[in-house]
Design a protein around this ligand. Structure first.
Ligand code: AQP
Length: 329
């Protein structure tokens, strides 16, 4: 069975973007692949975090993975920081990467353009940690939203460089970008990605939002001044974003939805979409409430830790030896 690895960082409550762009796909992938899914808590430290909120979010993401349909019998679910090999491998890969290539990472460029002096070093180096998260497990594929593709490219370059310097060692993985929903946009500013740390709370839908609030956020999403339900990313980014959400959650094609709302304006379309989103998130919230305080969640995370750490520990020990570290050949 081919292997896949991916994770989400606990920098905020999960959004509909995280669900559509990542978790929903993981649920499909667990049927076909040996899937490793982690909570990328080390990555949250690239910005300063409130410790008690961070700890709560780590468990929340684990509970949401399961509430959204990940089955611990099929997928290995674990917390990144509980496996020291991630940080250890990150250092070895820093010794295999160049400042020049990290400088080219667009997310770093975006986040550092205002004041790079006050940005933490980890904001610059985290793509290397991400390469470590991936390469430790020798996956065939890495499912990511389209904003993360550049980071998977970096992981591939680092793997190839390490292999050419030290002999074949890492599998060079392929990114997998979803065909639809790879970038769900902010509801108030549809040219910007929907992010958990976005600035207006009307712009994102959280998996923890109250269902009426979710409906209101959809109904007040920014659209354009004409009334045609038509996909046109350039000219009608707001309605196109809503069409994408509708399509992914209903399994109807964009064309089928456009036909359904011909000559109806935006009102009915938004009302129906609000119901679809609230109903699906409502079901997820019910399951989340059952699991979040149960002992089962800890058992799942312990089992995931045991399985993933065996693989990661073996790989880091071999990497040390390949590089001539320690005493063992
Ligand atoms: N809006 C989105 N549309 C589609 N996919 C998305 N992802 C995130 N937002 C969207 C995908 O979710 C996975 C986990 O992402 P992450 O939380 O680890 O990092 P991120 O992409 O930086 O997410 P955020 O919400 O934007 O976090 P902040 O605000 O803290 O920077 C990834 O596969 C991502 O593509």
């Amino acid at each position: 069975m081919q292997r896949m690895v991916s994770g989400i960082k606990p920098t905020g409550e999960l959004t509909l973007g995280n669900y559509i762009g990542a978790i929903k796909n993981f649920v499909d992938f667990q049927e076909k692949y040996e899937l490793f899914v982690f909570i990328a808590d080390l990555h949250a430290l690239t910005t300063i975090q409130d410790k008690s909120k961070l700890r709560k979010r780590i468990k929340d993401i684990a509970a949401f993975y399961i509430a959204c349909g990940l089955d611990p019998e099929k997928a290995t679910i674990f917390i990144q920081s509980e496996i020291p090999a991630h940080s250890q491998m990150s250092y070895l890969l820093e010794c295999t990467s160049y400042v020049g290539e990290l400088n080219r990472m667009t997310q770093y460029k975006d986040k550092s353009k205002d004041d790079s002096a006050s940005i933490q070093t980890s904001m610059f180096t985290y793509p290397v940690l991400m390469a470590a998260d991936i390469l430790l497990y020798d996956p065939d594929f890495v499912p990511v939203g389209d904003d993360q593709k550049q980071h998977v490219e970096l992981a591939r370059n680092i793997a190839e460089r390490f292999n050419s310097r030290n002999g074949e060692f890492f599998k060079v993985p392929e990114p997998v970008i979803p065909k639809a929903g790879a970038r769900i946009m902010d509801l108030q500013n549809p040219t910007k990605k929907m992010s958990k740390s976005g600035d207006t709370d009307k712009g994102y839908i959280l998996l923890t939002d109250n269902l009426n609030l979710i409906k209101n956020k959809i109904k007040s999403a920014v659209t354009d001044s004409d009334t045609l339900v038509k996909f046109d990313k350039e000219k009608k980014p707001g309605i196109s974003n809503l069409l994408t959400i509708y399509s992914v959650l209903s399994n109807l094609t964009i064309a089928e939805i456009e036909n359904k709302y011909t000559n109806q304006g935006y009102g009915n379309f938004k009302k129906d979409l609000a119901e679809i989103v609230a109903t699906q998130i409502g079901k997820i919230q019910e399951k989340y409430n059952q699991i979040i305080n149960s002992n089962k969640l800890n058992q799942i995370l312990d089992a995931g830790l045991e399985k993933a750490s065996k693989i990661a520990h073996k790989k880091i020990m071999k990497a040390n030896s390949k590089l001539g570290l320690g005493r063992k050949k």
